[in-house]
Design a protein around this ligand. Sequence first.
Ligand code: SF4
Length: 211
Amino acid sequence: MNKKTSDEILSILNIEIPNPKPELNFNNNFQLLVAVMLSAQTKDKYVNEVTDILFKKYPDPYSLSQANLDELISIIKNLGLANNKAKNLISTSKIIHEKYVDVIPSSLDLLTSLPGVGRKTANVILALGFNIPALPVDTHLHKMAIRLGYVKKDSTVLEAEEALKKYIDKSCWIKAHHLFLLYGRYVCKKINPECDNCKLKKYCKYIKKHV
Ligand code: SF4
């Protein structure tokens, strides 16, 4: 990878996805945090169906911190990992209410110290909640970083994040996150990527090995 190639990839993605937006529904940073915590290993559209109900019942950190665990599990059960997600939501809401007076913190260290909040989730909060330059790397960005040659096949998520940040201008990190995520979700899919229609073919290491 080099900066010129990376810039070309970003230009193509900007044309392919002219108005990239997050697909999770939220109205404030508390809702964003809850939605991203719930989104692990499931689809955003399922999270939106659940948060529609959840945010009405638990509109703020205090109400969610007081939730009955079994009741919360039953509301989010279709999203998978429901036991852990419910416990983490209650614990994190308690800390947000008691320690941060209902304000979601805006630092990576403070966010990742919350139960159930990993580096990717924290970076999403920084980027979408605070507009702080961050480049959250989820499974889609990791996959595309490998296929397009930002990193080697056996790279870690953190290595992918570092490589993307190295070649993409800081002012474009947040938009690049959306572009790679949406392209990885709908075109460069994990199984059966739509390579025939892909405008990134000439840069792709994956297709060169599979045709
Ligand atoms: S050619 Fe296929 S694998 Fe490569 S980036 Fe495009 S969709 Fe993904």
